[in-house]
Write a new protein. Structure first.
Length: 225
């Protein structure tokens, strides 16, 4: 199937849910990105800053670039002028840096907190207590150039569906908690509306469990080299 056909198939599967499709374009060629754009989809996800910056320069400014991978503080300045949503905020230090560069660019950068939900050592992210601590930190309320719009999580790299389901449910439960309790909302910098979870192998499950952003790459383009 062509890129357009795969995207259409996935969009069809997602129509019953609230999940929006982010096409994960890391490692894919500019031609593949242009072919994707031709379908009308504009939300592209990249996990490496340099690659995002290079591609951004070659594509229309209408593309919405999502930073989905771990972000180092010293790289924030390169994406701050244009990034649409940063999914991977996992520290106060990073948030302060994003705020600083957003201010320099006279913009507000929307962000998600990445929450650690997997049973693996290698994944980045915050636990519930760390999340609440950041939101209650007096410094947080001063960051006028960021907006927190939700949470992101990555499930364990496993085929064991009950495990993945449990991890997605834990993210949804945490999201429902911060939303209901309006955690951080009094700062005016927080609006709990998005849950970014689900990739090629589990986007349908994620959508059923409340995801609002699924991040899909190989199900559209085939396996990465
Ligand atoms: C690569 C990547 C994806 C997409 O992975 P696929 O299995 O190709 O769909 C989603 N989220 C993050 C954070 C990624 O790095």
């Amino acid at each position: 199937m062509s890129i357009a056909q795969e995207i259409q198939r996935i969009q069809q599967e997602l129509t019953q849910s609230a999940a929006k499709l982010i096409v994960v374009t890391k490692t894919r060629s500019i031609d593949e990105l242009k072919e994707t754009l031709a379908t009308g989809l504009m939300d592209f996800g990249e996990n490496r800053v340099q690659e995002m910056v290079e591609k951004q320069a070659l594509l229309p400014s209408t593309v919405r670039w999502h930073q989905i991978g771990h972000l180092q503080t010293n790289k924030v300045k390169y994406i701050a002028p244009f990034v649409h949503l940063i999914h991977s905020v996992d520290s106060m230090k990073l948030l302060v840096e994003i705020n600083q560069h957003a201010q320099k660019n006279q913009r507000i950068i929307p962000c998600l907190f990445q929450i650690y939900i997997a049973q693996e050592e290698s994944k980045f992210g915050l636990n519930q207590d760390e999340l609440i601590d950041i939101l209650h930190d007096p410094i947080f309320a001063t960051l006028q150039h960021i907006r927190i719009v939700g949470l992101m999580g990555m499930a364990s790299f496993t085929e064991h569906i009950p495990q993945i389901k449990k991890e997605f449910q834990s993210l949804k439960t945490l999201f429902d908690y911060v939303k209901t309790e309006k955690i951080g909302v009094a700062t005016g910098l927080v609006n709990w509306e998005e849950i970014s979870m689900g990739m090629s192998g589990d986007y349908l499950l994620a959508a059923e469990l409340g995801s609002t952003f699924v991040r899909v790459g190989s199900a559209i383009f085939g396996p990465r080299a």
